[in-house]
Ligand binder design. Structure first.
Ligand SMILES: CC(C)(COP(=O)(O)OP(=O)(O)OC[C@H]1O[C@@H](n2cnc3c(N)ncnc32)[C@H](O)[C@@H]1O)[C@@H](O)C(=O)NCCC(=O)NCCS
Ligand SMILES: Nc1ncnc2c1ncn2[C@@H]1O[C@H](COP(=O)(O)OP(=O)(O)OP(=O)(O)O)[C@@H](O)[C@H]1O
Length: 226
């Protein structure tokens, strides 16, 4: 199975790219969605977050107050580190579960839309690593517009991630989303051709048929050698 890592900075356009790929029939695992489920009331993640931030972080209905938590962690690196340590193991497990479901179904290509792919060192598990890049001024403008936030709030969020230029340096494929949507769609089409190319031997070996074949061969070998 081919796991394509799709990452970038906040509001650089990851969802725009993944939505387009999904509309063309490619399955997408969205880490922001997985992270939300991982923090639902009374889950393991919720308990870990409440253990760190206290019950004061909850709304009246018992769910985590995301706006308040965001205000805290995007303005305080130490608190952000605490949240990351509490919730990221739960996110990783959630992502693993999503990948496993696709693996069982025999899906050939899965787009892993993970904002913190490189920060969480998951880039080593995906190939190719695709970085959706924008210039800083465009990123700030799009983020303030989308979230209806101030420039200070937008900058705090942008600066809480690895600089986008560094992510671009670590990419196997870069989508420059600073221009028009049409421009980006052309780049997505080229990416689609690349990632839907026939599987490599390594990918075949890790497919469910590959693993079944290797296990069968191993069992046969062990039985012969006895
Ligand atoms: C702090 C929270 C509650 C704020 O929620 P909110 O609904 O306002 O934002 P949302 O979840 O939609 O995230 C928006 C974007 O913020 C960025 N972001 C989220 N968490 C982090 C983080 N810990 N560090 C840096 N950037 C982050 C991502 O680019 C993400 O796409 C939420 O982002 C969260 O639970 N973060 C921790 C989980 C996490 O690491 N998520 C990223 C998935 S890999
Ligand atoms: N090429 C483009 N031209 C104009 N607007 C764009 C373009 N690409 C994305 N946008 C807009 O910029 C905003 C951010 O895009 P998007 O939500 O896809 O980013 P993201 O990287 O998924 O963000 P997040 O990290 O918060 O999940 C959205 O409002 C989107 O409509």
């Amino acid at each position: 199975m081919r796991l394509v890592g799709l990452t970038g900075g906040i509001a650089s356009g990851k969802s725009t790219v993944s939505r387009h790929l999904e509309s063309e029939g490619l399955p997408v695992v969205d880490a922001d969605k997985v992270a939300r489920v991982a923090m639902d009331k009374n889950t393991w993640g919720w308990k870990r977050v409440v253990a760190v931030f206290g019950e004061g972080i909850l709304r009246e209905d018992g769910e985590v107050d995301r706006a308040r938590l965001g205000e805290i962690i995007f303005n305080d690196p130490a608190k952000r580190g605490l949240l990351n340590r509490a919730i990221q193991p739960c996110i990783s497990l959630g992502l693993l579960y999503e990948v496993f479901k696709h693996w069982i179904q025999g899906t050939a290509v899965v787009i892993m839309d993970i904002p913190l792919l490189i920060e969480m060192k998951m880039n080593y598990l995906t190939h190719p690593v695709v970085v959706v890049w924008v210039d800083r001024a465009t990123q700030e403008a799009r983020l303030t517009k989308r979230d209806n936030s101030t420039i200070e709030q937008a900058r705090a969020r942008i600066d809480s991630q690895l600089p986008l230029d560094k992510k671009r340096d670590l990419a196997d494929y870069v989508i420059d989303n600073s221009g028009s949507l049409e421009d980006t769609i052309l780049q997505i089409q080229k990416l689609k051709t690349l990632i839907t190319a026939p599987p490599t031997w390594k990918e075949l070996a890790f497919s469910r048929f590959g693993v079944a074949a290797i296990l069968t061969a191993a069992v046969a070998l062990v039985l012969r050698l006895r």
